[in-house]
Design a protein around this ligand. Structure first.
Ligand SMILES: [Zn+2]
Ligand SMILES: [Zn+2]
Length: 240
């Protein structure tokens, strides 16, 4: 176990103990909660994604490949997302990302693993989508790495944040028009390994246009991975 992982386990234990003595209010409804940052009722009430296109995670009742992916498939072979990015889940992810409410990393990883653990084949590596060093310094932590670390433990997959770097300080995708977004990300990532295993899952917080994860997936495929999946906490559903 690395020093960071040990530290993370210790912090988690301390947090659990603290919660027992001083229960804190559920972020969404205010009821006291012992373990998670949300109460059980709010967890059950979140906007789970449901049936979706297996390639891009766009909600689709039939669960088949969507028209967009048939016309122009993304580089990743599969996409999995836990929630729709709306309502309460937006508040949770904002709290997690910008207010460092780290208990969410455990909650999201637990919920993701419940849905993924029955898969016949799981990836060999789990790689969190990296932040550029400048953004990482500003924010203090990478939310995707926190979830990937927990999820890797639960699913028994190696979490390898060391393999992918963000080498371009891209502008926030939300500041750009749809057409500019792809160009903004071109060449944004660099993979430090030439011996990647065949099957890798990338982990990101939110999939919006999908350009970030697509660029990261492309980088891994160019370096020899055969099958790349994109796992996200939430999928933003927008019409461009
Ligand atoms: Zn609640
Ligand atoms: Zn699709």
């Amino acid at each position: 176990m690395t020093v960071m992982a040990k530290f993370s386990t210790l912090t988690h234990r301390a947090l659990e103990l603290y919660r027992k003595v001083f229960p804190i209010p559920c972020l969404l409804c205010g009821l006291a909660t012992e373990r998670d940052p949300l109460c059980q009722a709010c967890i059950a009430d979140l906007a789970y994604l449901g049936p979706a296109c297996p390639r891009c995670a766009l909600p689709l009742q039939t669960g088949q490949i969507c028209g967009q992916c048939l016309r122009a498939p993304p580089p990743q072979h599969l996409s999995f997302s836990l929630f729709r990015y709306q309502g309460g889940i937006r508040r949770c992810i904002t709290g997690f990302k910008f207010h460092q409410q780290l208990a969410f990393a455990h909650l999201f990883a637990n919920l993701m693993s419940e849905q993924l653990q029955h898969r016949e084949k799981l990836p060999d590596y789990l790689i969190p989508v990296p932040l550029h060093a400048m953004r990482l310094r500003r924010r203090g932590f990478n939310q995707s790495l926190e979830v990937a670390r927990q999820l890797g433990k639960l699913l028994n997959i190696d979490c390898r944040p060391d393999l992918l770097r963000r080498i371009k300080a891209t502008r926030a995708q939300s500041d750009l028009k749809f057409r500019q977004r792809k160009a903004n990300l071109r060449g944004a990532f660099q993979c430090s390994s030439t011996k990647l295993p065949e099957h890798i899952a990338l982990l990101d917080d939110v999939m919006t246009s999908g350009h970030t994860s697509a660029e990261a997936a492309k980088t891994l495929l160019n370096q020899g991975a055969k099958c790349v999946e994109v796992w996200t906490i939430a999928r933003a559903i927008r019409h461009y």
